[in-house]
Design a protein around this ligand. Structure first.
Ligand SMILES: C[S@@+](CC[C@H](N)C(=O)[O-])C[C@H]1O[C@@H](n2cnc3c(N)ncnc32)[C@H](O)[C@@H]1O
Length: 426
């Protein structure tokens, strides 16, 4: 009991010192405590406190309270001096060095990055993005180590269990104590579902690829939904598909591969460029039935490969089939699948002068997650030998236009889509 009170006091002391940008006090506290603490009543972490202290009209020594006290209409950058933002940057860096978690949510459903963005603290925001990139990259690497270890017959079942050469808990001071947690959800990848039992208890469950591929789909005019009303593809994405097709296939007569037919929006655009070869890989039986009905199998240059890309790509590579343009947009697959595709398949399928594109929906229900994952994917594409150029596509307010009515999860919440086009380095 005494211990609880002590822990609680230390948490409040850390949060107060963070909100005062008192780095000396924080250093003293971190001799025996970590920055990975959260106020149980408000969910506020020291990161939230350090950032909220820059809000206009909120005295710094009063901010161990809720983010909703912050005046969102004022511009923080004009309300508080740049010296104050610099102090916040130093404090935030120190917190990350001592175990702060970049994506903890307060009870207003805001991460520290959301708060920095709302208060227009660009320098602070950039520090949070960098910390997020480092932490997520490390978690992804640890995941890969675990998979390798599993393949070798060794077992690393516990998320916190050490991998040789790595300190797992709070790696680099910026990861999470719970290595499996991340704020990032990836559309079109793993939608989050909530199962409610007889007592009304909610349990979050993921849609996995196997379940998705055996579930029934419903085609509406402007959307393709799975059995749980998750949006597999929606017509509001047409502008993204249009611009992607323009940039990916700049000339007629190209050889194109599209992975994931969905509503056929991008394939129809590709057809408009009269490709000399147009291969489509699609795994879902309902989508394939629809493609047969709409005579995709008889369209000029089209070859439909029925099944999962994981099973079909090796044969294409073996047969030396190559393309000028490749687009990848699947559903209910995680980031690892996308990475496997661009790291291991693109090299064998894309012509040296060709272009590769993919649907960039990583973490798109929260700006900070989108910015973190856009950086990660760019770095890992580069590691795979691909240089990326980005173009912004404006997305209109989907809430206002009622797009999400009848759809389980609002998977896009951002103003801009960052459209990637990749080419081999050099
Ligand atoms: C988001 S939709 C593609 C939308 C498409 N870009 C368009 O313009 O309409 C994703 C598609 O990928 C398919 N898919 C999911 N996993 C797959 C896999 N492993 N291999 C091949 N296709 C897959 C789904 O059945 C679905 O048709």
């Amino acid at each position: 009991m005494d211990l609880d009170i002590d822990t609680d006091t230390t948490t409040q002391e850390i949060i107060l010192a963070a909100s005062n940008h008192d780095t000396s006090k924080l250093r003293e506290l971190f001799r025996s405590a970590s920055a990975n603490v959260q106020d149980p009543e408000t969910g506020i972490t020291p990161l939230h406190a350090a950032i909220a202290a820059c809000a206009p009209d909120v005295p710094a020594d009063q901010i161990n309270a809720r983010a909703d006290r912050v005046n969102v209409n004022g511009s923080a950058s004009t309300g508080r001096s740049s010296r104050e933002e610099a102090a916040a940057v130093e404090t935030v860096k120190l917190l990350f060095e001592n175990g702060a978690v970049w994506h903890d949510l307060d009870h207003d459903n805001e991460t520290p990055g959301c708060l920095a963005l709302r208060l227009k603290l660009k320098n602070v925001y950039d520090v949070v993005v960098e910390a997020g990139v480092r932490a997520e990259l490390l978690l992804n690497r640890l995941d890969e180590f675990e998979m390798l270890a599993d393949a070798d017959g060794e077992e690393y079942d516990e998320p916190g269990e050490a991998v040789e050469g790595f300190e797992v808990v709070n790696p680099m001071g910026e990861g999470s104590a719970d290595l499996e947690s991340s704020a990032v959800e990836i559309e079109h990848s793993i939608p989050e579902l909530v199962q409610v039992d007889a007592e009304g208890t909610e349990t979050k469950i993921d849609v996995n690829s196997t379940d998705y591929l055996t579930s029934d789909l419903t085609f509406h005019g402007d959307r393709l939904l799975d059995a749980d009303r998750n949006g597999v593809m929606m017509a509001w994405e047409t502008d993204i598909m249009k611009r992607t097709a323009e940039l990916l296939v700049p000339k007629q007569g190209s050889r194109i591969l599209n992975v994931g037919h969905g509503m056929g929006i991008i394939d129809a655009l590709f057809q408009g460029e009269t490709p000399s070869a147009h291969h489509i890989i699609e795994a879902h039986p309902d989508v394939l039935a629809r493609m047969r009905r709409d005579d995709w199998y008889g369209k000029p240059g089209v070859t439909v490969h029925e099944g999962r890309w994981q099973d079909l790509v090796p044969k294409l590579v073996e047969d030396n089939v190559t393309f000028d343009a490749i687009y990848f947009d699947t559903f209910a697959e995680d980031y690892k699948a996308l990475k496997e595709f661009f790291s291991e398949c693109v090299i064998g399928l894309l012509d040296p002068g060709g272009k590769f594109g993919f649907f960039n929906g990583l973490g798109a229900d929260r700006q900070i997650c989108y910015d973190v994952y856009t950086k990660i994917v760019e770095m890992e594409l580069f590691e795979a030998g691909l240089d990326t150029t980005w173009e912004d596509v404006h997305i209109p307010d989907l809430e206002e236009s009622g797009e999400w009515q009848g759809v389980r999860r609002r998977y896009w919440a951002l103003e801009n889509y960052r459209l990637p086009i990749c080419e081999f380095v050099g």
